[in-house]
Each structure stands twice: as C-alpha cells, then as structure tokens.
Design a protein around this ligand. Structure first.
Ligand code: GAR
Length: 192
C-alpha cells in the first residue's frame, strides 16, 4: 500500500475548515493523515480541533522567526503538504520552496475577484456585498509568495441572496468550504 501523505494544517481562525479536513481524513483513511496542526495563538479554534482529533499541536511563538520555526516543524514531522486554513499572513517564500510548492490555501471568494492584500475573513464578504455581486463562493489554490495568486485548483459558488449581510455570506461560504477543501486536498494528493 502507498504510504499515506502527511498533511499539516496552519491556521488562526475558528478552525472550522481544519475540523472539516480532519473529519474527512478520519472517514477516508487512505486519503491523507493530518499529522500536525500549527496555530499562531492558543485561543484559536484549531487548538481545540487538534485536541479533539488527537493531532500534535504546535504554537508559533510571536517573538521567534516564523520562517525558521515553521521550517523545523515541517521537517521534523515529515510533512508532505501544508494546508492553510484561516492563516491571514503572507507565508515566507522559503517555506513554499521547502515544500516544493505543495502548499494549499482556501479563500472565501471566487478568485481572482476579491483577493489580494487586506482581503481576508469578513472583509472579503463585506467587499462582495459592497460590489452588489450576484454570486460568491470559495477557491482552493496553490500558494505563491504573493497573496491569492497561485494556480486555482477548485472553486464552488453560491448565489448572494437579496438583502444578505456579510455575516450571512460568511456562513454560506463556509458551508461550501467545508465540502470543497477536503475533497480538493484529497484529489490534489492523488494526482501527485
Ligand atoms: C475561511 O473562510 C477562509 O476562507 C478564510 O478564513 C476563514 C477561516 O475560517 N481565509 C482567508 O480569508 C484567507 N485569505 P475557519 O478558521 O473557520 O476555517
């Protein structure tokens, strides 16, 4: 049997995508193994998810050099693919190089629209509402040194209901994300 790909999840949000990825992995054991979770804060939801799924958890220390810390963690845990789930900073180029491009991100809009610096979390949904867009969605893409510019692997879309608020859209898009991200990750690992 081909050994299972070892995945690390890096995030600082509520952890709902991390949970969806762990859950999918639990039910599809041949797809991947979530071997490590990395958070920038002990309060982040991903920490609770790591405990529930008994996945080793590492905390990035604010005072330390993120590049060095991440690099050591990924090497020590023999991580094959890094998955960003609610990570709002720019990933150091050296990490993308170390992973040989095997870094995925999810963005809560239909890229290339509503991407780039400052476009994260609720701000994205606010921008979608302000632009009177009729549709929105989620995008899984490869990570490059620039924000939201890597090759698009998959997208899912939904209509923007009349009178929807940014919070409504966040809820709609997260439901899409929870199906899209694990399935796309699994397909990506199979295709390698
Ligand atoms: C997700 O909606 C994800 O698309 C977004 O942060 C949220 C994290 O939620 N990411 C970005 O905006 C990156 N630019 P979660 O912590 O519940 O998974």
């Amino acid at each position: 049997m081909v050994p299972c790909k070892r995945v690390a999840i890096l995030g600082s949000g509520t952890g709902s995508n991390a949970r969806a990825i762990c859950d999918f992995g639990r039910h599809h054991r041949d797809a991947y193994e979530v071997a490590l979770m990395i958070s920038t804060s002990l309060d982040a939801g991903i920490c609770q998810v790591a405990r529930e799924y008994a996945v080793p958890l590492a905390l990035l220390n604010k005072g330390n050099d993120t590049r060095v810390e991440l690099s050591l963690l990924l090497a020590r845990h023999e991580i094959d693919t890094l998955v960003l789930a609610g990570y709002m900073r720019l990933l150091p180029t050296a990490i993308i190089e170390q992973m040989q491009g095997r870094v995925l991100n999810i963005h809560p809009a239909l890229l290339p629209d509503f991407g780039g610096k400052g476009m994260y979390g609720i701000h994205v949904h606010e921008a979608v509402i302000a632009a009177n867009s009729l549709k929105t969605g989620a995008t899984v893409h490869l990570v490059t040194p620039a924000y939201d510019e890597g090759a698009i692997l998959a997208q899912a879309e939904a209509a923007v209901p009349q009178g929807a608020t940014a919070r409504d859209l966040q809820q709609i898009v997260k439901e899409l994300e929870h199906r899209l991200y694990p399935a796309t990750l699994s397909a990506f690992l199979r295709s390698e």
